[in-house]
Ligand binder design. Structure first.
Ligand code: SAM
Length: 251
């Protein structure tokens, strides 16, 4: 373990801490945790629920199906983890949150401590988001059974942007979404598989032409697959020219 403080610490507030075993123990994130570059702590609100049954949920006011996570055990869990390790930026995972994206991941990667509150059942008491958390994030327009996988998405997307976490000094700058564009397509050996050949240009050795080709492919697939990205980040005149010289454009 390194003597220095980790570059980023995640606090996971969850009724099912074991769900995180895999993601926190394997691959680059597992290595970054083992090296002390990233830290992750899990706190279970059930440990802070009163009574013999440690009840963390209750029926919704106004009626309706399912159970709602109570505010007090979550508040006590947050208080305890911050008393132990210091204040943090608190995020509630909820389908009703602001859409999580690469730009937000970059901003969050600059913070020293992030707390991710995972809901379960029919959701959490509204006061958790309104009074205990700094922001609410959604990982997509679908409903998961709990916030743990949503939190795992945030942890992985954020942690890999922390300097030193990505292997071999790789840069995340060219990746999908970093400039409002999808990434260009990539291939590896063999040069032909089942009759499908790798584009010749990539073996030409002409680095400038390869870079140009890749930029054009990135723009092409962004226009085809994610026109919404181009609405938010319009094509520059240089990109328009590049697309115009696309040999496949009029086919
Ligand atoms: C079954 S969901 C509750 C859904 C809620 N009744 C609704 O319709 O918005 C239980 C928990 O899963 C998490 N969750 C589900 N979908 C999510 C998403 N798209 N983004 C972030 N968290 C999500 C939240 O923490 C939520 O409290």
């Amino acid at each position: 373990m390194s003597e220095e403080r980790p570059a980023i610490e995640f606090e996971l507030v969850t009724l099912f801490p074991e769900i995180f075993d895999g993601i926190l123990g394997a691959t680059l994130l597992g290595k970054a945790i083992a090296a002390g570059l990233v830290a992750a702590h899990r706190t279970n609100p059930r440990d802070f629920a009163p009574g013999r049954h440690r009840q963390v949920d209750d029926t919704p006011y106004g009626g309706g199906p399912g159970m709602i996570m109570r505010v007090e055990p979550i508040a006590a869990a947050l208080e305890a983890l911050e008393a132990a390790r210091g204040p943090s930026h608190r995020i509630l995972l909820t389908p009703a949150g602001r859409p999580f994206d690469q730009a937000r991941a970059r901003q969050l990667a600059a913070l020293p401590r992030l707390t991710l509150v995972c809901g379960r059942y029919e959701g959490v008491d509204e006061r958790v988001g309104a009074h205990l958390c700094h922001e609410q994030l959604s990982v997509g327009d679908f409903v998961l059974a709990g916030g743990e996988l949503a939190a795992a998405i945030v942890v992985e997307a954020v942690a890999r942007l922390v300097p030193g976490v990505l292997g071999c000094g790789l840069s995340a700058d060219d990746e999908s979404f970093s400039a409002g564009r999808l990434e260009y397509p990539q291939w590896t050996r063999p040069p032909t598989w089942n009759g499908h050949a790798v584009p010749e240009i990539l073996s030409s050795g002409d680095h400038a032409e390869v870079a140009r080709w890749r930029r054009r492919e990135a723009l092409r697939r962004t226009a085809e697959r994610r026109p919404d990205l181009l609405e938010r980040h319009p094509l520059t005149s240089e990109e328009l020219r590049l697309l115009d010289t696309d040999p496949n454009r009029h086919t």
